[in-house]
Design a protein around this ligand. Structure first.
Ligand code: C6P
Length: 399
């Protein structure tokens, strides 16, 4: 995959932290600048040509997102600030008329804090209960336990498509089927799936799907919430303000149609335009080719890492993509990250916003490498050299 040249910043660094945020291709950076130079105006408001042009470009991206994740309708695509806001939106809105006192919400043991805390916030407020779907030592969902967790009180399942720590690709299609058999809707956190896999929300039959632009080569500040029409219609607005209303009076306000009901205030217009260009860019390369490239890198890196004595990999599912997390003896991941940084290699170290998962595996922290389309076998070679330096530094200190 010969795309490295499209990412100016990669001339300066060996970047293995795309799970945190991907680097941006020049076309995305240029498109944002071009928007401000040539097309900038507020949207959905102006009668003048410039505003109409900006509106048209913005709405075109909604159509692109719809096609990218194979949704049925563009009004099912809501622009948010990111995965985190998309999940908070659903949790808050469902806490008004769907999830009530003593009801149960199922989330898995491998969730990112963004798919734990929003549910805890509403659970505490309304007196609902969180139940945790257990995972195996390989880092896979225990499907049988999942099945058994459902009761008459279960009102929601919220689960990640791909774990940001273990890389496991969860069997969400099967999980959605099981949840629907129990008449329970499912929110899928797709933050770590959309950059690596072709996602088809219609085929999955999920009720909600959340993801972030900045993890898929687009700009920060923009996210997407896909929601099935029937749910979006039932849900009350998330925030109040301009654009989300139909009529306002001091006595009564009525709300705009979908998707605008959920988009209060001026959105991040330029960055939505940037997301559209990122989608074009990904489509040009092809999601299938991206998956294959990253699977190959994952296999090579796993094999090489396993040769390092005392290195332990967390997450050994057969169905894995994008990331490898590990510990190396008792060397603190922050020390590993710092030494690698001296070698100009960027990796992530810490709890990865998944503290309950660290507890599940009985470690305070892990080091994580994560791949993007621009990574190469040479990056892995450099990483291994860097880890050998880590080993030497600590061996010398110990002996
Ligand atoms: N994970 C990581 O380094 P936001 O911050 O809203 O764009 O995405 C939150 C989020 C939600 N779910 C999953 C599975 C995620 O991985 C993330 C973000 C980054 O792993 C930053 S903590």
């Amino acid at each position: 995959m010969n795309v490295r040249k499209d990412f100016p910043i990669l001339e300066k660094i060996i970047y293995l932290d795309s799970g945190a945020t991907t680097q941006k291709p020049r076309c995305v950076i240029d498109a944002i600048q071009k928007f401000y130079l040539e097309d900038n105006a507020n949207i959905h408001r102006g009668v003048y040509e410039l505003s109409q042009r900006a509106t048209k470009k913005f709405e075109h991206v909604r159509e692109q997102v719809k096609n990218f994740i194979h949704a049925e309708h563009s009004h099912e695509i809501i622009f948010t600030r990111g995965t985190t806001e998309s999940i908070n939106l659903v949790a808050q809105c469902l806490s008004h008329n769907h999830i009530q006192k003593d009801d149960e919400i199922l989330i898995s043991a491998m969730e990112h804090h963004s798919n734990i805390v929003p549910w805890q916030l509403i659970a505490e407020k309304i007196g609902a209960k969180i139940k945790v779907i257990p995972i195996t030592d390989l880092g896979e969902i225990e499907l049988e336990s999942f099945r058994k967790l459902f009761t008459a009180k279960t009102k929601m399942v919220a689960v990640t498509h791909v774990s940001n720590v273990l890389g496991t690709v969860n069997p969400i299609k099967e999980m959605i089927r099981i949840a629907h058999e129990n008449n329970v809707p499912v929110l899928v956190d797709g933050a770590q799936a959309v950059p690596h896999l072709s996602v088809n929300v219609t085929e999955l039959d999920c009720d909600f799907y959340a993801f972030s632009s900045h993890k898929m080569y687009g700009p920060t500040g923009v996210g997407v919430l896909y929601g099935k029409t029937e749910w979006l219609k039932k849900m009350p607005p998330y925030q109040g303000g301009g654009d989300m209303i139909e009529r306002v009076s001091f006595e009564k306000t009525t709300y705009n149609k979908l998707p605008y009901k959920f988009e209060a205030g001026t959105p991040d217009i330029s960055n939505v335009i940037g997301l559209g260009v990122a989608i074009d860019y990904l489509n040009q390369i092809g999601m299938h080719a991206i998956t294959e490239h990253e699977k190959k890198l994952l296999a090579i890196a796993t094999e090489e890492l396993k040769k390092i004595p005392e290195l332990k990999i967390f997450g050994e599912s057969e169905n894995k993509i994008g990331v490898i997390s590990f510990t190396l003896n008792d060397i603190h991941p922050h020390d590993i990250g710092t030494i690698l940084d001296h070698e100009n290699i960027a990796v992530r170290a810490g709890h990865h916003c998944a503290m309950p998962l660290m507890q599940r595996f009985n470690v305070p922290a892990m080091t994580r490498i994560s791949f993007g389309i621009y990574n190469t076998e040479k990056d892995i070679e450099n990483l291994i050299k860097g880890l050998k330096i880590v080993h030497e530094v600590f061996h010398e200190r110990i002996t």
